[in-house]
Design a protein around this ligand. Structure first.
Ligand code: HEC
Ligand code: HEC
Length: 189
């Protein structure tokens, strides 16, 4: 009995150190199961993350780890990772090319979205291509995900670090918000 306990402790210790030494590619396999190979998502409810700016990715992941940001799917999962692993994951995905996903969008909605997003261009550019390290790419991100995210920001169930961004969002009607998602989703590189 005693041997078994000791063996168990040693084994747990070995597994622990093996886990710490995991190559980041292996750690990222868990993420790719949902976010797709190279972080290009094939699921409209899951965002693509490959090629997003490193600082943006790291900030979001650390906010989940510390609990200031909420997500049913991501929050408890990220708490399992160390700060070092989070930094390495952010660097790993940031090095992948940003790949806009081709998706069906309604042309009228896209047109409405183009008008509705004029106030977003200062930070997101005309087409959603990130031009600073704190801002995510929106071009070719999944429309469903973008809409869902913006609704959560507006409702206050997810924190947004930039108060100006929240102010701009609150100016949009629910229809314009859907249109903004369709517009950015329809943009290529
Ligand atoms: C079970 C599926 C699943 C797994 C596994 C998963 N994610 Fe996610 N991830 C999601 C979903 C769904 C969202 C959108 C959640 C939300 O906004 O509440 C998300 C959002 C994100 C975002 C925010 C993207 C953005 O544009 O704001 C990042 C970054 C992220 N995940 C990174 C990771 C990393 C790194 C891993 C691996 C450690 C991982 N995810 C594992 C489902 C998953
Ligand atoms: C003052 C700069 C600024 C303005 C203006 C702005 N944004 Fe943002 N936006 C940001 C930043 C910074 C983030 C990342 C914030 C965070 O997640 O905490 C962001 C995040 C987002 C996201 C989340 C993307 C993702 O991958 O999760 C969406 C969607 C978005 N913005 C849409 C818009 C729309 C639509 C407008 C105009 C109505 C707008 N933004 C105006 C700076 C801005």
């Amino acid at each position: 009995m005693r041997y078994r306990v000791v063996y168990g402790v040693i084994l747990a210790g070995l597994m622990c150190s093996a886990h710490a030494a995991d190559k980041i590619e292996e750690v990222a396999e868990t993420c790719s199961g949902c976010h797709g190979a190279n972080g290009v998502s094939e699921n409209a409810n899951i965002p693509s993350i490959g090629g997003q700016p490193e600082s943006y990715l790291k900030k979001i992941l650390l906010e989940w780890k510390s609990g200031v940001r909420h997500s049913e799917t991501m929050e408890s999962l990220i708490k399992e990772y160390s700060i070092e692993q989070i930094g390495a994951l952010a660097a790993y995905y940031a090095k992948k090319p940003w790949t806009p996903v081709a998706q069906k969008t309604d042309a009228n909605l896209v047109k409405l979205g183009e008008d509705a997003t004029r106030g977003c261009a200062g930070c997101h550019g005309d087409t959603g291509v990130a031009n600073d390290v704190e801002t995510p790419n929106l071009n070719g991100q999944w429309a469903e995900y973008l809409e869902m995210d913006m609704l959560k920001f507006r409702k206050g169930s997810m924190t947004v670090s930039n108060p100006k961004m929240l102010k701009a969002l609150k100016k949009l009607s629910t229809e314009e918000l859907k249109a903004a998602a369709a517009f950015f989703a329809s943009q290529g590189k």
